[in-house]
Design a binder for this molecule. Structure first.
Ligand SMILES: Nc1ncnc2c1ncn2[C@@H]1O[C@H](COP(=O)(O)OP(=O)(O)OP(=O)(O)O)[C@@H](O)[C@H]1O
Ligand SMILES: [Mg+2]
Length: 271
């Protein structure tokens, strides 16, 4: 079967840097599959996700290949790329607090995400999609609260609003870059449950990026471990969590104690 997304020998380099920030990585994601990418700060996770959307900073040079649903993304004209971005591939960025516009109501922001890709929809149709998306991410009372501003919501609710924006156009692939890092542990667990539900209900494939191997192992089917721009280990999530082969993966597991890193408990009970 042809994967939904495949990266071959992807390399991102900044001029003047000693070594590439992403150094020839290859990975693939099947339709409806969740691939977790873990690695310490600076290992190249965010650059990999930005490369997929062709949103790298201009000073970065990119080589290798990125194929998505039959398209060679690096060869597409910018116009065709814009049609993918936010529609068939969407992304939740690492900084949930800065990703929303503070001076626009949240309903207007989700509506804008719809209108960019569906300019012909009527106001009523857009509104219906917005309310449905806000309802789907379990934002309380969407019919009343869609006209509130971002500062009127909690951190967890703001993350739900960003997820609503990301899924409102029913993408095939969602890139989630550290979607829960800024949240406390209870809210983090709620957001992870929400992502799992969306995945089950829509067959959404996901690239789930985190520095926390325990959180990733709960969420992903397979996990790729990145270190200094390389993938050092890939495998089924449960297998990597229980029996990490690479020394770096073992270090990652030992490194960050979170409420969910009790490895004595079976993985299935971690959530
Ligand atoms: N604009 C830039 N110019 C030069 N180097 C950069 C630039 N952006 C990123 N880098 C370097 O590329 C490497 C990978 O960065 P990246 O943001 O992908 O890391 P990351 O794995 O997402 O880390 P974190 O977990 O902290 O988010 C880092 O060493 C970083 O310093
Ligand atoms: Mg990052």
């Amino acid at each position: 079967m042809v994967p939904l997304l495949s990266l071959e020998n992807l390399t991102v380099r900044f001029s003047g840097a000693e070594r590439p920030a992403v150094d020839g990585i290859s990975l693939h994601i099947g339709a409806g599959e969740v691939l977790g990418v873990v690695g310490e700060s600076g290992s190249g996770k965010s650059l990999t996700s930005l490369a997929i959307l062709r949103l790298l900073p201009p000073e970065a040079s990119l080589s290798g290949s990125i194929r998505f649903a039959g398209d060679d993304l690096l060869a597409l004209p910018e116009r065709a790329m814009r049609a993918h971005r936010g529609r068939s591939i969407s992304m939740i960025f690492q900084e949930p607090m800065t990703a929303l516009n503070p001076s626009m109501t949240i309903g207007a922001q989700v509506a804008e995400a719809v209108r960019v890709h569906h300019p012909k929809l009527s106001r009523a149709e857009v509104r219906e999609r917005v309310l449905q998306a806000l309802d789907e991410v379990a934002l309380p009372d969407p019919a009343r609260r869609h006209s509130d501003y971002p500062h009127q919501f909690s951190g967890g609710q703001r993350q739900r609003i960003l997820i609503a924006m990301a899924v409102v156009n029913k993408p095939r692939l969602l890139i989630a870059d550290e979607p829960t890092t800024a949240l406390d542990v209870t809210v983090q667990a709620q957001i992870l449950r929400l992502l799992r539900t969306l995945r089950e209900e829509h067959g959404l494939a996901m690239l789930f990026i985190s520095h926390d191997l325990a959180v990733t192992a709960q969420t992903a089917d397979r996990v790729a471990v990145m270190q200094r721009g390389h993938i050092v280990e890939t495998g089924a999530a449960a297998q990597i969590f229980r029996a990490p082969q690479h020394q770096y993966t073992q270090t990652l597991l030992a490194a960050v104690p979170t409420m969910t890193t009790d490895r004595a408990r079976p993985l299935a009970t971690l959530s």
